[in-house]
Design a protein around this ligand. Structure first.
Ligand code: G1P
Length: 300
C-alpha cells in the first residue's frame, strides 16, 4: 500500500483511567458513561464507521472489559426482547454489535498517548490510519473525519484537527503554529507544542482528538523520548514529521468550526449531555420546555 491509500482503519485509545470522573469510574470505564442514551464510546465508533472505517482497533487496559462486552452480542437479552416482540429495543441493542469489525489490544504500561498509538503498529501496518480520542464527540451532521481523510490523500502526510480556543485554554491542548496554503481549505503545520502556557503558545489553535496519520509515525514514535508529563506524546512525534520533507513527511491541519462536544471533564460532560438531549427527537421537546421553566427559577 502507498501513503495515498484509502484510509480503512481507525484506532481508538481507550486505556485512560478516568480519574476526573471518580468515583463514577471506579469500577467502570469512563468511555461507558452514558451520553443521553448511549455510552460515549459508541458515538466515536459510529463516527469512524460513518467515515468508511469499518476496521476499528481499541487500545484498552485493565478494567475495560465493559467496552468489549458492549460491542459483543448479548444472546439472553436479545432472545428476551425478541420473545416480547420489542423490535425497537432489539435493534438498539444489536446496533452496537453490527457497527464494524472491532479489535482490542491492551496498552500495558500507561506511558502516554504516543505509546498507546504505537500499540496499533502491527494491526495497522503500512497504511494511513485515523485516530479518534473518546473525549471529543463530533456532531454527526458536521463532517470532519471525511475531510481529513481527503486532505491526507491529497498531501500524503499526516493531518490533525484544529479549533480556535480562548488563549487561556490553550494549556489543555496541543498547540499548532500554522501557515496558510493559498487556495486550499487546510493549513500546513510549522510547529506543534504539547500543552504550552499561554505565554509560550505560538497560536490559539488547539489540536482536538481527530488525527489521520501516515504510518511513518510509528517509526518516529519508537524514537520519541518521553516529553510533557514524562509521557510519550503523539504531539512530539508529529512535530518530528512536520519538520520532515518528502514521503511520509509534512503535517497539515483542518480547522474545524462545527459542533464538538467535550466529554473530558465533569462540567463539559454535563453540557454535552444536555446539548445532545435537547437536540434529540424524542427527548428534546420535553427537556427544552422543562429547562426553560427550570432556568427561570434558578437564583441569579
Ligand atoms: C491529548 C493530546 C493533545 C490534544 C488533546 C485533544 O491530550 O496530547 O495534544 O490537544 O488530546 O483532546 P489529553 O487530552 O489526552 O491530555
Amino acid at each position: 500500500m502507498t501513503s495515498a491509500s484509502r484510509v480503512r482503519k481507525a484506532v481508538i485509545p481507550a486505556a485512560g483511567l478516568g480519574t476526573r470522573f471518580l468515583p463514577a469510574t471506579k469500577a467502570m470505564p469512563k468511555e461507558m458513561l452514558p451520553v443521553v442514551d448511549k455510552p460515549a464510546i459508541q458515538y466515536v465508533v459510529q463516527e469512524a464507521v460513518s467515515a468508511g472505517l469499518q476496521d476499528v482497533l481499541m487500545i484498552t487496559g485493565r478494567n475495560k472489559r465493559a467496552l468489549e462486552d458492549h460491542f459483543d452480542r448479548v444472546p439472553v437479552t436479545e432472545q428476551l426482547l425478541e420473545a416480547k416482540g420489542d423490535a425497537e429495543k432489539l435493534s438498539a441493542v444489536q446496533h452496537a454489535t453490527d457497527l464494524g469489525d472491532i479489535h482490542y489490544v491492551r496498552q500495558g504500561d500507561p506511558k502516554g498517548l504516543g505509546h498507546a498509538v504505537l500499540r496499533a503498529k502491527t494491526h495497522v501496518g503500512n497504511e494511513p490510519f485515523a485516530v479518534l480520542l473518546g473525549d471529543d464527540l463530533i456532531d454527526e451532521r458536521d463532517e470532519l473525519l471525511t475531510t481529513m481523510i481527503e486532505v491526507q490523500a491529497k498531501t500524503g502526510g499526516s493531518v490533525v484537527a484544529l479549533i480556535e480556543v480562548e488563549p487561556s485554554q490553550i494549556s489543555s491542548y496541543g498547540c499548532a503554529d500554522v501557515e496558510v496554503i493559498e487556495g486550499e481549505g487546510y493549513v500546513r503545520i510549522r510547529q506543534l507544542v504539547e500543552k504550552p502556557s499561554p505565554e509560550e503558545a505560538p497560536s490559539n489553535l488547539a489540536i482536538i482528538g481527530r488525527y489521520v496519520l501516515h504510518p511513518d509515525v510509528f517509526q518516529v514514535l519508537e524514537n520519541t523520548k518521553p516529553g510533557r508529563g514524562n509521557e510519550i506524546q503523539l504531539t512530539d512525534a508529529l512535530q518530528t514529521l512536520a519538520a520532515r520533507d518528502g514521503d511520509g513527511g509534512g503535517v497539515y491541519g483542518v480547522i474545524f468550526r462545527g459542533r464538538r462536544y467535550d466529554t473530558g471533564d465533569k462540567l463539559s460532560y454535563l453540557k454535552a449531555v444536555v446539548t445532545l438531549a435537547c437536540d434529540s427527537e424524542d427527548l428534546g421537546p420535553d427537556l427544552r420546555s422543562w429547562l426553560t421553566s427550570f432556568t427561570a427559577h434558578l437564583p441569579a
